[in-house]
Design a protein around this ligand. Structure first.
Ligand code: PLP
Length: 316
């Protein structure tokens, strides 16, 4: 270690663990957005970037900003519309995927989309924050770069900010490492230590939270206050839409006791949030949509709490 901005023994230890989970070489960053920005720095000037129409808000805003100043040319697609994604890859230099997407829970056909990117000489990046490497390993499906907000499920306790990029390509990893040094985006050793502690229980937490998600979303689809359940059948994230509209969704969020009304996701505590309460959230997100992040509590407790809040807004 020559200088504290370059790396630390603890950041190395965390990189070994995340790299091992994803099957590549990891580089950790001070946040998921710092990792995203480093990856965006790899895009050639003026290049065409194919990205999800609805994605993590910070990533979507940043890509739109880069498009606005002419740094990139953005093509947005619904990632679950494989034919459109494949067609959009023509002439592109980067395919930026999220799957499942935040918060619409759209799932991409990763191997087909990545093949289309490669057929055009484009790099394929997958934000694997929602699925985690326990449930999805996009490097094994051909992706060039994996992005993580380690802040979320990998750390698992909603008490730090951290990001990561993972690649199997030495040249890409070298560029990523240089970006981190020059952007000054190394995470603190203490946050790396906390993330290492959190990752020890990742498999157990994902297993329990996924079971909770399956049990509770099945019950939610039978509840009269819920007009739509968005759950891809795997993972710890879901979204519901409320029959009586956005104001009713706010009533639901304000009346749970076990579920906390909060942003963020992937922690041991279950969280819910009406996403459109944020003015910057994409208008493609329905106003009455509530995002659910399942934690590791008891499934019956989660259902009882959520269903009593939903009972307050039953259609007449
Ligand atoms: C939270 C999140 C990010 C951004 O990560 P930060 O650690 O908050 O900077 C990016 N992508 C997804 C899918 C996220 O959930």
């Amino acid at each position: 270690m020559e200088y504290a901005r370059y790396d630390s023994p603890t950041s190395h230890a965390l990189e070994e663990v995340i790299g091992g989970l994803e099957g590549g070489q990891a580089t950790v960053f001070a946040s998921g957005m710092a990792a995203a920005n480093a990856a965006m720095d790899l895009i050639p000037m003026g290049a065409v970037v194919v990205a999800p129409s609805t994605a993590y808000t910070g990533v979507a805003l940043r890509l739109r900003e880069l498009d606005g100043v002419g740094r990139i040319q953005l093509r947005v697609v619904d990632v679950d519309d494989t034919t459109t994604v494949v067609a959009a890859c023509s002439g592109a230099q980067m395919l930026w995927l999220e799957s499942p997407t935040n918060p619409l829970m759209q799932v991409a056909d990763l191997p087909t989309c990545i093949r289309a990117a490669h057929a055009n000489g484009a790099l394929a990046l997958v934000d694997n924050t929602f699925a985690t490497p326990i449930l999805q390993r996009p490097l094994s499906q051909g992706a060039d770069i994996i992005m993580h907000s380690v802040t979320k499920a990998l750390s698992g306790h909603s008490d730090l900010l951290l990001g990561a990029l993972v690649s199997t390509d030495d040249a890409i990893t070298e560029q990523i490492r240089t970006r981190r040094v020059l952007l000054g985006a190394l995470p603190s050793a203490f946050d790396c230590y906390l993330a290492l502690r959190g990752i020890r229980t990742l498999a157990l937490r994902v297993d329990r939270a996924q079971t909770n998600a399956k049990v509770v979303t099945a019950l939610l689809s039978e509840h009269a206050a819920v007009s739509k359940v968005r759950y891809p059948g795997f993972g710890t994230m879901a979204a519901i839409e409320i029959a009586q509209g956005a104001d009713a969704a706010d009533v639901v969020c304000a009346n749970t006791k076990l579920w906390a009304y909060a942003t963020s996701l992937g922690g041991v505590e279950s969280l819910l949030e009406r996403r459109r309460r944020w003015p910057l959230e994409s208008e493609t997100v329905p106003p009455d949509l509530i995002r659910l992040s399942f934690g590791i509590e008891n499934a019956d407790d989660l259902w009882l709490d959520l269903s009593q809040a939903l009972n307050l807004v039953l259609p007449n």
